[in-house]
Design a protein around this ligand. Structure first.
Ligand SMILES: CC(C)(COP(=O)(O)OP(=O)(O)OC[C@H]1O[C@@H](n2cnc3c(N)ncnc32)[C@H](O)[C@@H]1OP(=O)(O)O)[C@@H](O)C(=O)NCCC(=O)NCCS
Length: 404
């Protein structure tokens, strides 16, 4: 089958390309919402695949910065990837990925990142599983903390208007602390965070916003919903935590103490909770979280030299990586990482690493040794793996608290 891939040129093309994912994830959005997608993604960052003049698939990429260990990197945030069921398994996705990664490269974005609908799709294009997160469902009777903690501030309910005005700066403060979090522009805050149409509530009530304040300054916030319910004369309500972020440990702790203590609920649920979240150690009975883990971010280094130079390393020392990258061959070869910079080298390599494994290790959430045990990295020089582990580790597991 022959087909062409190029960026969309007008709203009709965008709509048809978007319908690639719409075939599976809920059809066409209303016109107003589609326009928000066009404004946010832009026509030129939505690639469409054409067969005999008709669009048969699409793939988009947001323009944002993503926090990496000790740094912040312009990133193609890959989204709404879909191929019409009439044209599946004929290379349409491959064509879209080719055009999109070339485009990201030309734009000078060193990295691409995505959430995968299925773990089997993106490894072949050099994306690697970079972090883990999970769902929690905690019964009300198990919400006690292991130890009493003095509050570090106060909690106040705010209206959406105030949330829109004040919380973007708080989010930005938090996001620069966590590898995996991405920048949100004003439109993102308006349409994806604060806007709360009935159709997106999944049977629950409206979003409630609270802020955490210390010395009159907001240093954290939470957004949640109540899903009311009665059963046998008592509550079967669910408190759904959509996002709880603190710029300080105290703020995050106080926010969770507040959420867990709210009355008239049978359980608290949340999702996208990362490994290493303080909740696991705050609770007296963390086992009761019923944590179900899954893959979170997938990361692809589009420009290996620029990406490796953009993050920080906790240890001194040097390492030489031999990078294998069939899909983006400009990355192939030996790279020496030393003093926080990556340069091409002829020196013998310590480890051989395929692009997807380098994407996994880059954010610090997966070690080279773990990858080697799974046959995804090869040690070429004795001690190479532990050297790579020491350099690439980070003090927080990467966290992306929102699917984009
Ligand atoms: C996933 C999807 C985009 C694949 O599109 P496609 O055009 O059929 O894929 P291609 O024909 O280009 O396949 C490229 C390669 O990926 C493999 N592949 C594609 N989809 C796969 C899947 N779901 N699971 C495992 N392998 C898959 C193909 O077998 C092929 O392998 P090869 O390179 O070894 O030959 C399409 O099935 C789809 O739209 N699925 C539903 C929506 C979705 O899940 N989108 C992803 C959102 S993150």
């Amino acid at each position: 089958m022959s087909f062409d891939v190029r960026p969309t040129r007008d709203a009709d093309e965008f709509k048809a390309a978007f319908f690639g994912i719409g075939q599976y994830f809920g059809g066409h959005p209303p016109d107003e919402r589609l326009q928000q997608w066009i404004d946010q993604l832009t026509l030129e960052r939505m690639h469409a695949a054409f067969s005999d003049g008709a669009i048969v698939g699409g793939a988009g990429a947001f323009t944002f910065d993503m926090t990496v260990p000790g740094g912040d990197v312009p990133t193609g945030g890959v989204t709404v990837v879909g191929v019409y069921p009439t044209h599946r398994r004929r290379g349409v996705l491959r064509g879209l990925m080719r055009a999109q990664l070339d485009d990201i490269h030309e734009r000078g974005e060193p990295m691409a990142a995505l959430w995968a609908s299925e773990e089997t799709i993106y490894g072949r294009f050099g994306y690697g599983l970079a972090s883990w997160c999970g769902e929690i469902s905690l019964a009300h009777e198990y919400t006690a903390f292991a130890a009493h903690a003095e509050p570090s501030g106060t909690i106040r309910l705010v209206e959406p208007d105030e949330a829109l005005k004040k919380l973007p700066a708080v989010y930005e403060r938090v996001r620069l602390q966590w590898p995996g979090m991405f920048s949100r522009n004003r439109a993102w805050w308006e349409h994806r965070e604060v806007d709360d149409p009935e159709g997106r509530r999944d049977g629950a009530g409206p979003k409630r916003w609270v802020v955490h304040e210390r010395d009159g300054k907001i240093d954290g916030y939470a957004v949640y919903r109540h899903k009311p319910g009665w059963e046998e004369g008592s509550t079967s309500a669910e408190l759904r935590v959509l996002e709880a972020l603190g710029a300080t440990d105290g703020a995050l702790r106080d926010l969770w103490a507040y959420l867990l203590a709210i009355d008239w609920k049978a359980k608290v649920t949340s999702w996208l909770v990362p490994l290493g979240h303080p909740l696991f150690l705050l609770l007296a009975t963390p086992r009761r979280l019923r944590f179900r883990m899954g893959d979170c971010l997938w990361v692809r280094l589009v420009d290996v030299g620029a990406a490796l130079s953009a993050r920080k390393y906790l240890e001194d020392g040097a390492i030489v990586l031999e990078v294998i990258d069939d899909f983006c061959p400009w990355n192939e070869g030996r790279w020496k990482v030393e003093d926080g910079r990556a340069k091409r080298t002829r020196t013998a390599a310590h480890v051989r690493v395929p692009a997807s494994s380098l994407g996994s290790a880059y954010m610090g959430g997966v070690s080279f040794s773990e990858l080697a045990r799974a046959g995804r990295v090869e040690e070429l020089k004795r001690g190479g793996l532990s050297r790579a582990d020491a350099l690439f580790r980070w003090d927080r597991h990467p966290w992306c608290p929102e699917i984009f």
